[in-house]
Design a protein around this ligand. Structure first.
Ligand SMILES: [Zn+2]
Ligand SMILES: [Zn+2]
Length: 341
């Protein structure tokens, strides 16, 4: 882990060169963004990572669910460490606009480095797994979550500087990676010789791994507010789905039909042919800047327009977008992959 910077940037540079080579080659046929079927869908806001008194949180499941329900969220995953709270126990918290999705933070480790993988919409408790390598440990927990029909999401790899891009490139059957976690101790942005989560994400995407970036609270503290505490409301996802039910929401997440946010809200993301439009919801007097990013983390376009529009001119691997407002809050639009006609 301590030495991964060298190979990380060498691999990133190699990937950029590969893309440059692809761009330089004669264009054989057309290329466009993968089509997205959005008919009959709506947007639902939710948080997939939160703790309660069932593990190391400071509030009961009822109090935690009430916080999210009363603050405009449509769904919530209670993800206590190695505890599954049956949402049926909280059935009277449900409304037409708010549901709970079963979950657990499957909490393991390898050589004292934390391996925390959330299982969402699991149908049974997952026993944390270990193996004789870090990659094997991550994979076994992913497999155990899939075994009970759950969707795994990789939590805070930089917490304890546990593992990074090279390990994540080797694991399979995972679609979701925390690129922002609201807990103050998880090192989202990296530092020193360790890449931040967005750079890790671009590394994986550039290698062709289909993985989407989520923002979560990892909230533990509902009774006291402080910058060194893990309070709710810091990171969330807004998912496009036909219905507000666990299967539709998880399907939306695993197909990248969502954006992640720390504060910026979007009215729509329209992908058609070679064009991406990001329609930003104006809040207060904020100004906005949108960056469109391609393979290797290259910035393809920066614009202050709303909607922010990107037109594909070459055979990119993927294009994603980050919207920043003038207050520093962000929204991450999921990567859209490029296909040839
Ligand atoms: Zn954790
Ligand atoms: Zn957690």
């Amino acid at each position: 882990m301590r030495t991964r910077t060298g190979p990380f940037f060498v691999a990133l540079a190699a990937a950029i060169l590969l893309c440059a080579a692809a761009t330089a080659s004669p264009q054989s046929g057309g290329f466009r963004f993968e089509a997205q079927d959005t008919a009959g869908t709506r947007w639902f806001k939710g948080n997939t990572h939160t703790h309660t008194l069932e593990s190391d949180g400071d509030a009961s499941p009822e109090e935690v669910a009430a916080w999210y329900r009363d603050n405009g969220y449509n769904f919530l995953v209670l993800s206590d460490h190695n505890v599954l709270t049956d949402p049926a126990r909280l059935a009277d918290m449900f409304t037409d606009d708010f549901i709970l999705i079963p979950g657990e933070e499957v909490t393991s480790s390898f050589e004292r480095r934390p391996v925390h993988i959330n299982g969402i919409n699991i149908n049974a408790l997952v026993v944390p797994q270990t193996a004789d390598t870090m990659v094997g440990t991550i994979q076994r927990n992913i497999d155990a979550i899939r075994e009970v029909e759950g969707a795994p999401h990789i939590n805070h790899p930089n917490f304890g500087w546990a593992y990074g891009a090279e390990e994540l490139a080797q694991v399979q059957d995972d679609r979701l990676l925390e690129i922002y976690n609201g807990h103050p101790a998880v090192n989202n942005d990296g530092g020193g010789d360790s890449p931040g989560m967005e750079a890790v994400w671009d590394y994986l995407l550039t290698r062709g791994k289909r993985i989407y970036g989520i923002a979560v609270d990892d909230a533990h503290h509902f009774k006291t507010i402080g910058r060194n505490l893990a309070n709710p409301g810091r990171g969330w996802v807004t998912v496009r789905a036909a219905d507000l039910d666990p299967v539709s929401i998880v399907a939306g997440l695993e197909s990248g039909a969502f954006y992640a946010s720390t504060g910026v809200e979007l009215d729509d993301v329209v992908v058609r042919g070679r064009r991406i439009e990001v329609h930003i919801r104006q809040q207060g007097s904020f100004k906005y800047v949108t960056q469109f990013i391609g393979a290797g983390g290259r910035m393809l376009l920066e614009t202050g327009a709303n909607p922010a529009v990107f037109e594909l001119n070459g055979p990119e691997v993927y294009v994603r977008a980050v919207v920043r407002d003038s207050g520093g809050w962000r929204a991450w639009v999921q990567p859209v992959f490029v296909v040839t006609n």
